[in-house]
Design a protein around this ligand. Structure first.
Ligand code: UD1
Ligand code: CA
Length: 467
């Protein structure tokens, strides 16, 4: 027997007034990823046929933030309540759908796929019309309360603003995650009325309808930390801390060592191979990938960096949108900028900056260099203080350097320029023209002396200083 079809509705139309932000709440980043993407990510493993995101405030921005997920959008121009939002999803995006519908919020980012699966399985096992997750601990203030009869069966959900004092004392509360059969849900949405304290269409009322129609509601509990919503910047910071702990723990469980887990900042989409050791004060952001057996000594900032196995990042390095192949050693104090592509066993050391450049296997640039818009071959040595002069004030130009080249310290390579394989550039050379393979390039600079020059110089300077 094939499983019933599944649709997912993510409510994300709200403004999030308490964020005091000009950006829609669900696009604020958590762990480097917009809130709404956490929710969509948790839903992916459920294998839904359709995913609908209800958008309203800054609809376009929210839609953009969902890029890459197979979602459609329903526009709720006025936010007349959670029931109204689901009605719009039904009318705009779920025409003809028959199956189960999971409904959740775009601002509840820590909800796990496992909890959603538990809800769905219980819902199907009991053949319920509607099922919900509930919380039996945690702070219920502001939340809808779960009311049960003498035998413990759920009767309805009452919003705090509509509740009597006695109802408000109920400690079981509604985190806002539902699963309902479409053949019950879709007509039930038309029965909603706004006769409540907020004058809104409450989705929660469908729970009462199900009971009134003689169909008990299935409930499953969920850890309140998983359903922490975000309403303010303070909430956001708190969840960042929680998510950081979860993420670091996940990597430790997968074989990654952290010298000081409390100072590692690892964003949600980062991948790290086993036996890699992360030192203190390391930020791994965006889509950064680290291979296995890497070592990051500390004070490192990586964003969208792709690092192969056995790479050693010494302290104080900044890497963004770059690639580093196996066995390379970077730092201390190196800056790999977008488009830096380093081969195997490359060494890039103290105060070396690399941008939009390919560096071949085994090549070294260990001290004080700027390598921009260059292609460098294998086993080449870039001396201390070498600069690729890639910019003429109008355009950028490329520097091409072959294999086994020796660039002497303090040289300037004025692009566009090519230096052939096995060439030597003497120390302190300004290279403006092509250097043929195997050739030596140098600028004649006489190395002169003036005997006895210092003594009279010092005497003159001393007289000047003393007036
Ligand atoms: C709702 C529940 C309440 C529950 C609480 C959990 C109802 C009537 N009440 O409260 O029982 O304890 O969530 O947080 O459902 N949204 C829309 N369009 C709307 C209204 C809301 O998209 O017209 C979205 C919001 O962007 C938000 C989510 O739905 O992501 C919840 O809205 P919110 O106003 O915070 O929920 P409450 O009504 O306070
Ligand atoms: Ca709320």
């Amino acid at each position: 027997m094939s499983e019933r079809k599944l649709a997912i509705v993510v409510l994300a139309a709200g403004k999030g007034t308490r964020m005091k932000s000009s950006h829609a709440k669900v696009v604020h980043p958590l762990g480097g990823r917009p809130l709404v993407r956490h929710v969509l990510e948790a839903c992916t493993s459920l294998g839904a046929k359709r995913t609908v995101v209800v958008v309203g405030h800054q609809a376009e921005t929210v839609e953009k933030a969902c890029n890459g997920y197979d979602a459609t959008f329903a526009l709720q121009e006025e936010q007349n309540g959670t029931g109204h939002a689901v009605r719009i999803a039904r009318d705009e995006a779920l025409g003809g759908f028959d199956g189960d519908v999971v409904i959740l919020y775009g601002d509840v980012p820590l909800l796990t796929a496992a909890s959603l699966r538990r809800l769905l399985d219980a819902h199907r096992a009991n053949a319920s019309a509607v099922s919900i997750l509930t919380c039996v601990s945690g702070d219920a203030s502001g939340m809808g309360r779960i009311l049960r009869d003498g035998r413990g069966a759920l009767t309805r959900i009452v919003e705090e603003k509509d509740a009597t004092e006695e109802e408000r004392a109920t400690t079981e509360w509604n985190p806002g995650i539902y699963c309902a059969r479409s053949d019950f849900l879709f007509p039930a949405l038309d029965r909603l009325e706004a006769n409540n304290a907020q004058g809104e269409l409450y989705l929660t009322d469908i729970v009462g309808f199900s009971v009134a129609d003689g169909m008990p509601v299935t409930t499953a509990t969920v850890d309140p930390h998983e359903v922490d919503g975000i309403n303010s910047r303070a909430d956001l910071a708190e969840l960042e801390a929680t998510l950081r702990r979860i993420t670091v723990r996940k990597h430790m469980d997968a074989g990654v060592s952290f010298i000081d887990p409390s100072t590692a900042w690892i964003e949600a989409d980062v991948e790290i191979g086993p036996d890699t050791v992360i030192g203190p004060m390391v930020q791994l952001r965006g889509r950064t990938k680290l291979g296995r057996d890497c070592q990051i000594d500390g004070n490192a900032f990586l964003i969208d960096a792709e690092i192969d196995d056995e790479v050693h990042l010494r302290s104080n390095v900044v890497l963004s949108e770059c690639r580093v192949a196996k066995g390379a050693i970077i730092g201390p104090f190196s800056h790999l900028r977008p488009g830096a592509d380093l081969g195997r066993d490359v060494h890039v050391g103290n105060f070396v900056e690399v941008k939009k450049s390919t560096i071949g296997d085994g090549t070294k640039a260990n001290h004080l260099a700027y390598i921009g818009d260059a292609t460098i071959g294998t086993e080449t040595n870039i001396g201390a203080g070498t600069i690729t002069c890639n910019y003429d004030g109008f355009l950028k130009h490329r520097t091409t350097i072959g294999d086994r080249v020796q660039i002497g310290s303090d040289s300037q390579l004025v692009a566009p320029v090519t230096i052939g394989d096995d060439a030597y550039v003497a120390t302190g050379t300004t290279v403006r023209h092509e250097v043929e393979p195997g050739a030596l390039a140098y600028n004649p600079k006489p190395d002169k002396r003036r005997a006895g020059w210092v003594k009279p110089f010092r005497e003159r300077k001393t007289r000047e200083k003393n007036g």
